[in-house]
Design a protein around this ligand. Structure first.
Ligand SMILES: Nc1ncnc2c1ncn2[C@@H]1O[C@H](COP(=O)(O)OP(=O)(O)OP(=O)(O)O)[C@@H](O)[C@H]1O
Length: 278
């Protein structure tokens, strides 16, 4: 048994005598040189609600707190993480495996856009191929001593995210919603998927919740009032954060400077995540 055994064979690549495998277990071992403590999957009901934005800001928050943080960009058809971090260089590999690219503040990132020759090339692959690429980001990338890995999951609750959840040992899920969606249905689907996978839902993040007037400070519900609090209560979930529509956040992501975002929206989430390491 490994001296660092945490009883979770899914996050360990050692072939020890105590290893527990199960016939219905589709989980893949991470690269043998990887060491990853906690894996958090960020999911959404559909594209464009700010899942990548929330993934990036969570990673920046935990990195600022001194944790070695990584992002596995599982959103293969819409990979926006490298752009938000202003990463132009390509990922490298050796005979041992692939290496993530480090952001300016030291966040390890792997994304399909770090491998494509031209990052404006569309990815026109079918679901199973996409699922396999995400799996390879887990099995073939050397993730060096990571405290928190955030996975920007493929959007939705269909085939591709399901494959990813079956293959990667995710410790918890954060569901990103926005007030203009059918939040109730999306949260119900996410809850069912998490139950099927036996993965806890850490909570919900409502993005684009309101707009705060820069002149008078008044909050305006651009998309109307959401019922996120009632939905969370119904499923016994926490609302972890409500993010405003903030043109500065969008501009920071567009300029590749998301690491400079200013705001304390994720303080409560950070505390919950820190607890997971204890
Ligand atoms: N709170 C916010 N305030 C202002 N702009 C935002 C906010 N959240 C996201 N955006 C902008 O909305 C767009 C979509 O966000 P993002 O790419 O994070 O969504 P997504 O859910 O990951 O989409 P996809 O799944 O299609 O990749 C981006 O241009 C982003 O800059």
């Amino acid at each position: 048994m490994s001296e660092n055994c945490n009883q979770s064979c899914n996050t360990c690549s050692k072939d020890c005598a105590e290893r527990r495998e199960n016939k219905n277990d589709f989980s893949e071992k991470p690269h043998e040189m990887s060491k990853i403590k906690k894996v958090i999957g960020i999911v959404s009901g559909k594209g464009g609600v700010g899942k990548s934005m929330v993934t990036s800001m969570l990673a920046v928050t935990m990195n600022r707190l001194g944790y070695h943080t990584a992002i596995l960009d599982g959103d293969i058809t819409g990979p926006s993480i490298p752009k938000a971090f202003g990463i132009k260089e390509k990922a490298r590999g050796s005979e041992l495996g692939m290496f993530p690219v480090k952001s300016k503040t030291g966040i390890d990132i792997m994304s399909i856009n770090l491998l494509l020759e031209n990052d404006t090339d569309p990815v026109v692959w079918r679901g199973p191929v996409i699922g396999n690429v995400v799996k390879q980001f887990w099995t073939d990338v050397i993730w060096n001593d990571v405290d928190f890995m955030f996975i920007d999951m493929p959007p939705g609750t269909g085939d591709v995210p399901l494959t990813v959840f079956q293959s990667i040992a995710v410790d918890g899920i954060i569901v990103v919603t926005s007030p203009q969606e059918l939040v109730s249905m999306i949260v119900s689907k996410a809850v069912k998927m998490a139950e099927m996978m036996n993965i806890p839902i850490i909570g919900l993040v409502e993005n684009m919740s309101y707009f705060q007037c820069p002149d008078c400070g008044k909050e305006h519900k651009i998309f109307g009032n959401s019922n996120i609090d009632e939905i969370a209560k119904k499923h016994d979930l926490k609302v972890l954060a409500k993010l405003p529509i903030n043109p500065k956040i969008a501009a920071a992501a567009d300029k590749g400077m998301i690491e400079l975002f200013d705001g304390d929206w994720f303080e409560a989430v950070a505390k919950i995540l820190e607890e997971k390491l204890r």
